[in-house]
Ligand binder design. Structure first.
Ligand code: ATP
Ligand code: MG
Length: 407
């Protein structure tokens, strides 16, 4: 990609109304743009990152048997009345059609749609288990939406729903999802900072689990066991004052952002919709369900909160918008190298703009591509290579660069 052709430009200063650091850096880099509180456009650079996170999540969900589908965002009131959540869901966007006077919901989550849908296809024990997921925009009327991508009123979520005949099957799959989640967070670069957190399971399950990324700007408080790095959230610390994993009594207060949540719903949503299956003897039972969410757009914000410095973002390579940022400075030309990289399939952003070296280097630091390759009169036919997370630069040849990029 030629930088001169980018739809967006960087800005020196963050928009005045952005309080959150993730939103400030992402807006300055031209990754996102706020339309109103909690609602963002994902611009070409930002969409590249979002899609990479999505791909990692999708691969891991398919890896545990998930089948992808896409459910409607617009729901009729009736489904939400069936579960009682038309009245009780605190962040529900509800509205009335101007023409028909019917009431609708903009989906904040999809149990009210998936349970009656599953009833169309699950009849007997032979139809179980089943696992379906989607990656889709959710709407929530959040009271406070000042944390940039961490709390959107419109945001991207992956939601997986599982259907089982008994507790043993639900429990076994729940463990599988937990392991897949750990792989997702490791692959997006947050493995060391994301901890499994015990949370309330509602009235029907002892615990649910959250995955919390430890960041100072996180909105959640939890208590972390120093020994085994498992945490307990604020809601259950009174009934669970010791580590539920190792029994350790030393729990340290931390702040985090919830990047994922896994929950045994059991029959909470199957029962009201009459989602049942017939067993081997012909007896009918409620289907057991699990639900499992990951905040895809929130993850993007959390990565920025975790990986930045005073100059800009430091994207982990797995989700970076490009693999290499190629800069030509002070009259040198990197056109040949750009073609060579492109020919080899390297995802490269090429700054061929006629601007000062200072401006270009500042942009590169702000955009946060993990590798910077500079060609200038000083590099004398070679390439000055620097990782975004290091101060050290080295001179390499074109072949050495291609080798380093595994191409
Ligand atoms: P929170 O306590 O942060 O409001 P939640 O418990 O309401 O989260 P879930 O309903 O479990 O969240 O949604 C699944 C995932 O979606 C969360 O783990 C989180 O990563 C993400 N998420 C939830 N609300 C938002 C939001 N307003 N903006 C962005 N991501 C969100
Ligand atoms: Mg919430």
């Amino acid at each position: 990609m030629l930088q001169s052709q980018l739809f967006t430009k960087t800005r020196r200063n963050a928009p005045k109304d952005e309080e959150a650091l993730n939103a400030q850096l992402l807006a300055r880099g031209g990754f996102v743009q706020k339309l109103m509180a909690g609602v963002y456009s994902f611009l070409p650079l930002g969409l590249r990152v979002l899609r990479k996170i999505e791909t990692i999540v999708r691969e891991e969900m398919v890896g545990i048997g998930g089948e992808e589908l896409s459910l409607p965002v617009l729901h009729p009131k009736a489904n939400w009345s069936t579960t009682g959540r038309w009245e009780t869901y605190d962040t529900l966007f509800r509205f009335t059609s101007h023409y028909s006077k019917n009431d609708y919901v903009l989906g904040p989550t999809h149990e009210e749609v998936i349970a009656p849908l599953a009833q169309q296809f699950i009849f007997s024990y032979q139809d179980l288990p089943r696992y379906v997921f989607q990656i889709q925009t959710k709407f929530r009327d959040e009271k406070r939406a000042k944390s940039g991508l961490l709390r959107g009123r419109e945001f991207l979520m992956k939601d997986l729903y599982s259907f089982h005949r008994d507790d043993a099957d639900l429990d076994a799959y729940y463990e599988k999802v937990q392991a897949a989640y750990a792989r997702v967070f490791a692959r997006v670069g947050l493995g060391d900072d994301t901890v499994l957190t015990f949370a309330s399971g509602g009235s029907f399950s002892k615990y649910s689990h959250e995955f919390q990324t430890l960041i100072p700007s996180g909105e959640d408080t939890m208590y972390l066991c120093e020994k085994c790095r498992v945490a307990v959230n604020k809601e259950i610390i009174k009934e669970q004052p010791t580590c539920p994993s190792c029994g350790g009594a030393k729990l340290e207060e931390k702040t985090g952002a919830e990047v994922g949540n896994i929950f045994k719903l059991k029959t909470k949503y199957s029962a009201p919709f009459g989602l049942q299956y017939k067993d081997e003897k012909g007896a009918m039972h409620d289907v057991l369900m699990g639900c499992y969410g990951i905040g895809i757009s929130r993850l993007m914000g959390v990565v920025v909160e975790r990986f930045h410095d005073e100059k800009g973002i430091l994207w982990p390579a797995s989700i970076a918008p490009f693999s290499v940022h190629l800069l030509e400075l002070n009259g040198a030309s990197a056109t040949g190298l750009y073609s060579a990289l492109q020919k080899r399939g390297v995802d490269v952003l090429y700054d061929e703009t006629e601007r000062s070296a200072g401006e270009k280097l500042t942009d590169a630091d702000l955009l946060g591509v993990p590798l910077r390759a500079v060609v200038s009169p000083k590099t004398k036919g070679k390439i000055e290579l620097k990782r975004r997370d290091s101060e050290k630069a080295e001179l390499v040849s074109e072949e050495e660069l291609l080798k380093l990029l595994n191409h």
